[in-house]
Design a protein around this ligand. Structure first.
Ligand code: F6R
Length: 234
């Protein structure tokens, strides 16, 4: 695991985009993508670049259960607005938030991942150490499944909704095991609210209590932080 500490999220996002370009030059065809505030500046850099993504495939980490693709709070919508509308990809995959048969939807998505092995996975980090919506307690070998969101995640994500009660209580999320199958992984975390999770992830034991600690001891993982997120590291 390589840890890079940058001055701020702009520098961090530029670094992440450089790594994406490097992997694309090396033949990467499938990007695993995340939503949330962390990757937004990197998506802006991608949008403002002259790089062509029209031969690329993307596979997103997660989607809220119950939200339609055109719902402004859905992760489908987030990806359209922040990236795909401006930089078209050949194929984009996001779990279907409206799927009512969770078993059918999760096996469909596991097949999407198997058919499109991820060359480079981009991750953010939850304050509680989650990656994707793999909340504390998630097994390291988990695949895509329907997961309940913890109170801390609902509270953290309430900022995107009019009311905390509107935050969905479940999501479809790629599992930790599926994330670990990616050829390369970049995790970004910014701000002091992430400092405890970063410390637990990097310096604590590898345990499902901190899902991101599954990335420890992996040569193919790069962690890109700003100084605040890195502030509690020894
Ligand atoms: C989003 C996702 C989540 C976020 C995490 C951090 O697709 O999988 O794990 O990366 O909750 O969110 P932000 O970036 O909003 O702090």
């Amino acid at each position: 695991m390589k840890v890079i500490v940058t001055k701020n999220n702009e520098d961090a996002s530029k670094k992440a985009f450089e790594l994406i370009k490097e992997e694309m030059n090396n033949g990467a065809k499938v990007l695993g993508l995340a939503t949330g505030s962390t990757p937004i500046p990197m998506y802006q850099d991608m949008v403002n670049s002259d790089i062509d993504f029209s031969n690329m495939t993307s596979v997103n980490l997660d989607e809220y259960v119950g939200l339609a693709p055109d719902d402004p709070q859905s992760y489908h919508h987030f990806m359209q607005v922040n990236l795909f509308d401006k930089k078209p990809f050949a194929k984009t995959y996001v779990p279907d938030g409206l799927a009512t048969d969770a078993e059918a939807e999760t096996s469909r998505y596991n097949k999407v991942i198997a058919d499109n092995p991820i060359d480079l996975q981009i991750l953010g980090l939850g304050r509680n150490g989650h990656i994707g919506f793999n909340e504390p307690g998630s097994p390291f070998d988990s695949e895509t499944r329907k997961v309940p969101l913890t109170e801390s995640t609902i509270e953290a994500n309430a900022r995107f909704f009019d009311n905390e009660n509107d935050v969905p209580k479940f999501a479809y999320s790629m599992g930790i095991g599926s994330i670990l199958k990616s050829k390369k992984i970049i995790l970004m975390a910014f701000g002091s609210a992430k400092a405890d999770a970063i410390k637990a992830m990097i310096e604590g034991p590898a345990t499902p209590d901190c899902p991101a600690s599954a990335l420890q001891n992996k040569d193919n993982v790069t962690i890109i932080l700003d100084t605040e997120a890195a502030s509690k590291l020894a």
